[in-house]
Write a protein of this length. Structure first.
Ligand code: GTP
Length: 597
């Protein structure tokens, strides 16, 4: 296809504003997929995505479109994830296209992720077409939302397209706007090949699939290519496009988006942002690379049934093959036995991986409290990156500790502002900015990441009845008075419950944790002390009183089936417990104990 007839674009939106529904409609309207093959949310291919309605992996589709001017166009859509955890995937997909549809729910208006994502589009020099979605709903207010887009984002919204991705109204206008308002890509057919590695993932049949955007030259089946970051050579065995199923083609030229396979075994061998060129007489200068995604949240994953450790290793190995942003290493815990310390991009990423292990591999897991990476500066000058509070070195040898901080942007209706400020204040936040856009406030806070990774988002949703939106960026490390708090159950330390806390809040946290654990741990035949301590000093204590009753005692005499049922129930309950010394701790205690409310 010649460059003038190609349009490459992505869709940016806040979560739930209708990005996937709109993508589906564009695909359907152009007949890319026959109606009877159309599933809801076609681009969200993984089950878990479908269930939660969250787009996780960036997906791509090539659409053929005959415009009103009679010309044939090829439209390449790269779908991007909307959640904060996956901001890096948004940014890399953006570099592969020239324009964006900015979708805003016309019943809601601009939200925190609308801003975060549209700024990425602006950074990538995109032309932007605003789309006001959900106009079929009575609460839709296009004038107000268009004005808000101009006020808050500062882009012209006078020609915003009014759409209902649900009924299909405005879809044709959207396709026309893509052709007329977005620029054609640029590129040189006669130059050496320069292809940008946009994404890669593992496929059981084809091996690693590499999503590429051709900048210059031609990518052909059968040619040998060089990955410039590490000078490795590969023989290209397939070249193709997504419609959205894979369709093989002989070659891809400048401006086109598609994929290649080259018998690559591991996703790890492909670096996102890399430049692919000819093996001989290739391009001299690589494209500007992207920053690799760094895990920021760490937690331990342990099998509930310790005999499933090898199965867990297998599951994690397989998942990691397909997800370069997920890291892991083996971990042993006195309390939980063998497991893995895993690194994630954020909490949603953590949840997704954990769910997939439980569901696809049928392994029940104990998840320990999420932690961030602390920089522990030792008196001898060494700096240790602490991923796990249990590994905290002897405090007498520690000079100081630094923790990661973030810049958080929260958009919230006026009436909840007070609660949001209080929440941020409680989490050691420093207010940076407070402005209004209509009846909504935009607050910017500097917050420690460790106060956010755990349940900040849940709390924010609950104090604002779901009306707040939130986005964050890491800003750097600063020193603070941080200490390791340990928890002792029946006088034995439970390493998996250790956390890093701010000294001023340790006592409050300790007390809350002991109270929680007292409710979470079932009573035993003996008294159980539950304590929180810093170093050797106990800062909070609760006692779980003893239980003497036999569960079967109350079903006197004959009813043997009922008795057996009760005993079975007890056994099943036991499986979900972990023994510490003489005490059984239920698996959910490891997460619930840390929730603050
Ligand atoms: P993520 O993929 O999770 O980022 O969300 P999204 O932005 O893709 O939103 P999605 O397409 O999943 O839509 C969110 C919800 O809004 C779904 O329940 C859709 O059915 C609904 N929805 C989308 N477009 C419209 C519309 O035009 N009108 C109405 N009434 N509902 C819509």
């Amino acid at each position: 296809t010649d460059l003038a007839h190609i349009r490459n674009f992505s869709i940016v939106a806040h979560i739930d504003h209708g990005k996937s529904t709109l993508a589906d409609r564009l695909i359907q309207e152009t007949g890319t997929v026959k109606d009877r093959d159309m599933k809801e949310q076609l681009l969200d291919s993984m089950d878990i995505e479908r269930e939660r309605g969250i787009t996780i992996k960036a997906n791509t589709v090539r659409i053929d479109y005959t415009a009103d001017n009679g010309e044939q166009y090829v439209l390449n859509l790269i779908d991007t994830p909307g959640h904060v955890d996956f901001a890096y995937e948004v940014s890399r997909s953006m570099r592969a296209v020239e324009g964006s549809l900015l979708v805003v729910d016309s019943t809601q208006g601009v939200e925190a992720q609308t801003l975060a994502n549209v700024y990425q589009a602006i950074d990538a020099d995109h032309d932007i077409v605003p789309v006001l979605n959900k106009i079929d709903l009575p609460a839709s207010d296009c004038d107000r939302v268009a004005e808000q887009i101009e006020d808050v984002i500062g882009i012209d919204a006078s020609e915003a397209i009014q759409v209902s991705a649900k009924t299909g109204q405005g879809i044709h206008e959207t396709l026309e706007a893509i052709v007329t308002h977005l620029p054609a890509p640029k590129g040189n057919l006669d130059a050496p090949l320069k292809a940008m590695l946009v994404d890669s993932w593992y496929d059981a049949y084809l091996g690693v699939i590499v999503l590429v955007r051709i900048m210059d030259g031609t990518l052909k089946k059968g040619m040998r290519v060089k990955f410039m970051s590490n000078n490795t050579l590969h023989h290209v065995d397939r070249v193709g496009v997504f419609r959205p199923e894979m369709e093989m083609v002989d070659s891809l030229g400048p401006g086109e988006i598609g994929f290649l396979t080259a018998s690559i075994k591991q996703v790890r061998d492909t670096r996102v942002g890399d430049t692919i060129t000819n093996d001989r007489n290739g391009a001299e200068i690589a494209l500007d690379g992207f920053k690799p995604a760094q895990p920021v949240v760490f937690c331990g994953l342990f099998p509930v049934d310790s005999s499933e450790f090898e199965d867990l290793r297998d599951a994690i190995d397989k998942l990691a093959l397909n997800d370069a942003s997920f890291s892991f290493e083996m971990e042993t815990s006195a309390a939980l036995g063998f497991g893995f310390r895993c690194g994630f991009l954020g909490l949603l990423h953590l949840e997704v991986i954990r769910d997939r292990i439980e569901r696809e591999y049928d392994i029940e897991l104990i998840t320990t409290a999420p932690s961030v990476i602390y920089h522990v500066f030792m008196k001898d000058g060494e700096m240790i990156e602490l991923h796990n509070p249990a590994d905290m070195p002897d405090p007498s040898k520690v000079d100081h500790i630094e923790e990661p901080r973030i810049k958080a942007t929260i958009l919230v209706p006026d009436e909840f502002l007070g609660d949001v400020l209080k929440l941020c204040q409680d989490r050691r936040g420093i207010q940076m900015d407070l402005t209004y856009a209509g009846s909504r406030a935009m607050v910017v806070y500097d917050l420690p990441l460790n106060e956010v990774v755990f349940d900040f988002y849940d709390r924010l949703k609950s104090v604002t009845k779901g009306y707040a939106s939130f986005d964050y960026q890491m800003t750097g490390y600063t020193e603070d008075a941080l200490v390791k708090m340990s928890v002792l159950v029946n006088d034995e330390p439970v390493d998996a419950l250790s956390t890093m806390v701010h000294r001023d809040r340790a006592e409050m946290r300790g007390r809350a944790m002991c109270e929680k654990l007292k409710d979470l741990i079932p009573r035993h035949m003996f008294k159980i002390p539950i304590q929180a301590a810093i170093g050797g000093k106990v800062i909070a204590r609760e006692t779980l009183s003893a239980l003497r009753k036999d569960v079967t005692a109350k079903c006197y005499g004959g009813d043997a089936t009922r008795k057996r049922k009760l005993l079975d129930k007890q056994k099943a309950g036991k499986k979900k417990m972990r023994q510490f010394g003489k005490v059984d701790i239920p698996q959910e205690a490891f997460i619930s104990a840390l929730k603050m409310d």
